[in-house]
Design a protein around this ligand. Structure first.
Ligand code: NCD
Length: 318
């Protein structure tokens, strides 16, 4: 594992491809301290008192938005949520004007989810608050990637040499792209599997071994990360019937038995239970899916702390 960096090199968190393993490690180590805070009776530290964070979500979210809100609040910041279905975006306000409006209110950080690839990068170029990408189209979801790294480290203690199988709708998944780029940098052996219609073209160039039979990807795997079938992004014809998908590609007990005995089963959520994952394994003893959610709060606390406190030592949280 890389030695933790002293501070993050860039002010915004846009993707994991442009960050170094030493920066991931800094975030993961900080998150370990944050997780202790979450498990305390009184989960409040005044570290970010006086800082204002806006969650600006142009797409649906349960886990990411709520965990950023809790993360900010546990650290004493003021957190406001803007969901575009109830904002002036419905009156035709542009992304640029929405960002400028939020900036004018004096916020310190904007956590942004948007359906267009590159939206967070664009935001970082036009407004001053720190931008944290909470998902931009099929491109990147760095905080999910970091919470997945945190979960893998918690259970496996390393990344180097682990066989990680990422299974399902790789085509539409920013989680897959993010995790592939980070895990490759960390020396894991990444395999992907799913129907060929749900694989991006030239997927091999991402540095993965591609399988069209899920069994091959799962064979001997240390970690299995199941992706949601993104029904809302499906173009006609990419998808067989749900029954056929579950039968051929779904991760169930029989398939999971092909992986190592101590396999770690992950899913970023939300799950289509009975489609890409069967309920027995989703809630079975190999599953870390609920743990991922708790880790998401700790990792987002770490990220908010690091981007907003810019280099102040971690002891500041006591
Ligand atoms: C993911 C997302 O939005 O990219 N969800 C999440 O943040 N937990 C995955 C998904 O929607 O399938």
């Amino acid at each position: 594992m890389a030695k933790a960096a002293v501070s993050l090199r860039q002010r915004d968190i846009l993707d994991l491809a442009s960050m170094e393993p030493s920066e991931y490690e800094l975030i993961l180590k900080t998150a370990e301290e944050m997780k202790k805070l979450i498990n305390r009776d009184i989960k409040k530290a005044p570290t970010l008192r006086g800082k204002a964070i806006v969650n600006l979500f142009f797409e649906a979210s349960t886990r990411t938005r709520t965990s950023f809100e809790l993360a900010g609040k546990y650290l004493g910041a003021d957190v406001i949520n803007i969901s575009t279905s109830t904002s002036s975006v419905t009156k035709g306000e542009s992304l640029r004007d929405t960002l400028l409006t939020v900036e004018a209110m004096g916020v310190d950080a904007i956590v942004m989810r948007h359906p267009a690839e590159g939206a967070a990068h664009y935001a970082s170029q036009i407004v001053k608050p720190v931008i944290i990408n909470a998902g931009d189209g099929a491109h990147a979801h760095p905080t999910q990637g970091l919470l997945d790294l945190f979960t893998i480290k918690q259970y496996k203690g390393r990344f180097e040499g682990l066989k990680v199988a990422i299974v399902g709708d790789v085509l539409h998944s920013r989680v897959a792209r993010t995790n592939i780029s980070a895990l490759n940098k960390l020396g894991a052996d990444v395999h992907v599997a799913g129907p060929s219609t749900l694989m991006p073209r030239e997927v091999e160039q991402l540095g993965v071994t591609v399988h069209h039979r899920v069994e091959e990807a799962l064979e001997g795997a240390d970690v299995v990360d199941v992706l949601r079938i993104q029904l809302e992004r499906q173009k006609k014809g990419l998808f067989p019937t749900p029954r056929e998908y579950a039968r051929i590609f779904g991760v169930n007990a029989a398939r999971l038995a092909l992986a190592k005995e101590d396999v770690l089963l992950m899913h970023p959520g939300p799950m289509n239970r009975g489609l890409e994952i069967s309920p027995d394994v989703a809630y079975g003893d190999r599953s870390a899916i609920t743990e991922e959610v708790q880790n998401g709060v700790a990792v987002r606390m770490a990220i908010l702390f690091l981007v907003l406190m810019g280099g102040k030592p971690l002891e500041a949280i006591d």
